[in-house]
Design a protein around this ligand. Structure first.
Ligand SMILES: CC(C)(COP(=O)(O)OP(=O)(O)OC[C@H]1O[C@@H](n2cnc3c(N)ncnc32)[C@H](O)[C@@H]1OP(=O)(O)O)[C@@H](O)C(=O)NCCC(=O)NCCSC(=O)C[C@H](O)C(=O)O
Ligand SMILES: [Mg+2]
Length: 354
């Protein structure tokens, strides 16, 4: 393990200095596209201003015989588009796959200056992050990059979940973690074939009524991802990086998608993936605080003055702790409003600088 003194030193001579803090930028929606799919690539000029993060996916979801076309297509997308305020990320193939190394060797020299974050799938432990950390430093130095590329890990194996703390702590490049529910389900030998979301069999049932033993007993579906997501959130917050829910594969079920995203938002996640254009506005809506919550937060913050003591607001007790909860909502609302005039108007907060 590196000592605290050299943790932030570049890992190759000439590489940019790694960040001390992960810069906050909106990332409510990470929109996936396949750069080998010309129909999808043609849609990007219209999608880039709508999403917080555009992610070129080179890993699962891209056919094996299209891997090189996808890598080359991503270079063309980077060269042919102005991303403005939108972040540009890539999901490379895993480092044990036949393509992972060449993804990095090609993309960093070709488009490293435009890449904000590299998403690394199937991360098992700190050793995977140490590997990519050193390799990125070498490639950045060779390419003369002045800004370090950040790393985002997908948590999608049982071992990765077990090692979540050390993954978050492994490098100052660590930007965040996403949940990969499909791979994680397979690795854990869970018996769901869905890509994220609930399962009708994962439920609790109301107790029998002794006076009506034959009456129908209500059932309540549970969230099979709750444990992992909560663990991820704690690990990310402890290490100053950002937690994300991952994919929701039932594209047609926009209602359940919104519910799953909201569960993640309420637990502390900052965003989710969109796999299809229909999921973009769902993620943006869910991961932006609701107007009524922003209004409530303002009211409590105003009522609490210097933030200490206890007061009653609308019949509820508010104190030093609850005002902190309200500041979390208000802080997110302010950051989003500063970049989005519509949200600024809805929240009654300062909007983007003219
Ligand atoms: C899911 C899809 C295969 C659906 O595609 P399609 O059948 O073409 O849908 P539509 O006909 O409704 O599409 C309408 C038009 O929109 C374009 N389109 C579709 N998706 C996208 C997109 N993501 N970005 C841009 N444009 C998109 C279509 O081309 C249609 O265009 P047109 O015909 O001109 O009108 C498809 O959406 C898709 O492949 N999505 C991405 C899937 C993906 O990225 N999968 C990997 C991530 S999830 C994962 O890996 C699991 C995770 O790691 C884990 O372990 O849990
Ligand atoms: Mg996966």
């Amino acid at each position: 393990m590196r000592s605290a003194k050299d943790f932030f030193a570049p890992l190759a001579v000439g590489a940019p200095t790694p960040p001390r803090d992960i810069p906050w930028r909106p990332s409510r929606v990470i929109h996936f596209f396949d750069p080998s799919n010309e129909k999808m690539a043609a849609k990007l000029p219209g999608l880039i201003p709508r999403v917080d993060v555009l992610l070129g996916n080179l890993e699962d979801g891209v056919r094996a015989d299209n891997k090189i076309a996808a890598r080359e297509g991503l270079v063309k997308v980077a060269e042919g588009n102005d991303f403005g305020e939108t972040q540009f990320w890539v999901r490379v193939n895993s480092i044990d796959s036949p393509w992972g190394l060449d993804d990095l060797l090609t993309l960093v020299p070709a488009i490293g200056a435009k890449l904000d974050v590299i998403m690394l799938p199937k991360v098992q432990g700190a050793e995977d992050i140490h590997y990519i950390d050193r390799l990125l430093a070498q490639l950045e130095a060779k390419a003369g990059l002045t800004r370090p590329i950040l790393v985002h890990a997908i948590l999608e194996t049982a071992r990765g979940v077990g090692n979540v703390e050390e993954i978050c702590a492994a490098s100052p490049r660590m930007q965040g973690l996403s949940l990969g529910p499909a791979d994680l389900a397979a690795d854990r030998r869970m018996k769901t074939t869905r890509v994220g979301g609930g399962h009708p069999g994962y439920l609790v049932r109301q107790d029998p009524n002794p006076d009506a033993p034959d009456a129908v007993r209500a059932t309540f579906q549970q969230d099979p991802w709750h444990y992992t997501l909560a663990r991820m959130v704690d690990a990310c917050v402890a290490h100053g990086i950002m937690p994300y829910y991952g994919p929701f594969g039932d594209i047609a079920d926009v209602t359940a998608c919104e519910d799953q995203f909201r569960n993640a938002f309420l637990l502390g996640a900052v965003g989710a993936w969109s796999l299809h254009p229909v999921q973009i506005d769902i993620a943006k809506k869910v991961f932006s605080p609701e107007v009524k919550d922003v209004e409530w937060a303002k009211k409590v913050v105003d009522a609490m003055g210097d933030g200490t003591g206890a007061v009653m607001v609308n019949g509820t007790m508010q104190d030093d702790a609850s005002v902190k909860q309200c500041r979390v909502i208000l802080d997110l609302a302010r950051r989003l409003a500063a970049r989005d005039a519509d949200l600024a108007a809805a929240y009654g907060l300062a909007g983007p600088a003219a």
